[in-house]
Design a protein around this ligand. Structure first.
Ligand code: ADP
Length: 394
């Protein structure tokens, strides 16, 4: 309901003379619609908006009651009913007590008085409409506030969970590095070369773990600054995939996971090789982490049907992702945040990180004007596909 430029007045009166008088005296102030019976009035009300109703007492009492009640039910907020007549006091009292009428005017009408009453009714109508509009806006604002509040609470929860996980993630390798280094320091003269080699390789692994964590966090922060971090060049996607596979080979071996490769020869693309390598690394390591020992992972590369994009698909047949989590999977720091499951382990079954891998991957792919798409079913596995445009420099 909106405030009308000109109010519509419905006059219900069984007398043609009265209707004509009303029309003559009021049509310069209102949009006047006339009706001789209550039935006609009801039909009119079904087809057009009416703001004020002037109804005559002369209309049969039962119908009046029915009509007034119907009006109050159908237009509870704004329509102002003015009631005219001579007698039937009980109907008038009843209508007033029920709040169905705005004013009662006795007949014969004095046109000045009628005009005044109608003008006040129109103003009242506008005020009610405005008040209702303001109330609606207030309700909407309240809802928005409620939503912002919920988002803040969620952010706060995420922040707390992230701090817990991140501090755990950072502390673990630092403790390991420190511990192994002290061990060497204390017993350097007594340990065998094999033990030295073993210990230093653990220190190196701890350092790599830290480096990966720090890199992931910075990549996430930086990836807003597109121009600064992208270094585009002509890249051969197949060599890129093969490089990533070489790095991941030890993890495939340790977990005895079989890799099914289906790489089509595709043309070079214009890309930032290190970013795409990071993306493929994240996808492949996730596939390894969520595939049980001796499982299978498929890696495919081809063109999209229209030949405009190179499509790389990593498919695992592992634990899969719960339906309600899929929609959040690309959000930064989305992870189960269950510290029990957290470990920076790169390839162990079900090890979770701090939930940056997929968020970073999505950013990087989008910075190439590509797309990333994930499908997953709990207990059946996950397929993740990236598409990168085949386009020339510039
Ligand atoms: P991280 O591995 O650093 O926690 P990711 O953004 O790579 O962050 O992954 C976020 C979460 O998504 C993981 O913790 C895991 O719960 C889920 N996930 C990602 N890839 C897979 C996959 N292939 N199978 C099952 N779950 C996955």
């Amino acid at each position: 309901m909106s405030m009308p430029a000109r109010h519509t007045l419905l006059v219900i009166d069984s007398s043609d003379d009265e209707l004509q008088t009303a029309f003559d005296h009021l049509s310069h102030l209102f949009e006047v619609v006339v009706s001789r019976t209550v039935q006609d009035a009801i039909s009119i009300l079904k087809t057009r908006e009416v703001h004020i109703i002037l109804t005559d007492q002369g209309i049969p009492q039962l119908l009046q009651r029915h009509f007034l009640r119907m009006m109050a039910g159908a237009y509870p907020e704004a329509v102002q009913t003015i009631f005219t007549g001579e007698s039937e006091l009980d109907l008038i009292i009843d209508a007033i007590n029920q709040g169905y009428v705005f004013r009662y005017l006795s007949k014969p009408w004095r046109i000045v008085e009628l005009r005044d009453v109608l003008t006040v009714a129109a103003r009242q109508y506008d005020q009610i409409v405005e008040r209702n509009m303001l109330l609606k806006k207030l309700e909407e604002k309240n809802l928005e506030l409620q939503e912002s509040n919920n988002q803040l609470l969620e952010l706060d929860r995420l922040k707390t969970a992230f701090m817990a996980v991140a501090s755990h993630e950072f502390r673990t390798p630092v403790t390991l590095i420190g511990g192994f280094a002290s061990l060497l320091e204390m017993s350097a003269d007594k340990v065998t070369p094999e033990r030295i080699k073993d210990t230093t390789s653990k220190i190196a692994e701890g350092a790599r773990r830290l480096e990966r964590l720090i890199r992931g966090m910075f990549q996430m922060l930086e990836s807003g600054e597109v121009a600064e971090i992208m270094h585009f060049e002509e890249v051969n996607p197949k060599s890129l995939v093969q490089g990533v596979l070489e790095d991941a080979q030890p993890f495939f071996d340790k977990r005895e996971i079989q890799l099914n490769l289906n790489l089509r020869d595709v043309s070079t693309i214009f890309a930032d090789a290190s970013k795409i390598k990071d993306v493929l690394n994240n996808l492949l390591l996730n596939a390894i982490k969520f595939t049980p020992d001796a499982g299978q992972i498929d890696l495919e590369m081809s063109y999209t049907a229209d030949g405009n994009m190179v499509e790389i698909t990593v498919r695992d047949h592992g634990v899969g992702i719960a339906e309600q989590d899929i929609q959040h999977i690309f959000e930064p720091m989305f992870s189960s945040f269950d510290t029990l499951h957290h470990s920076s382990g790169v390839y162990e079954f079900q090890r979770r990180g701090i939930g940056l891998g997929l968020a970073v991957s999505k950013k990087f792919v989008e910075l190439h004007e590509g797309t990333i798409h994930l499908e997953s079913k709990l207990g059946e596995g996950t397929t993740i596909m990236i598409r990168l445009p085949v386009k020339q420099n510039g």
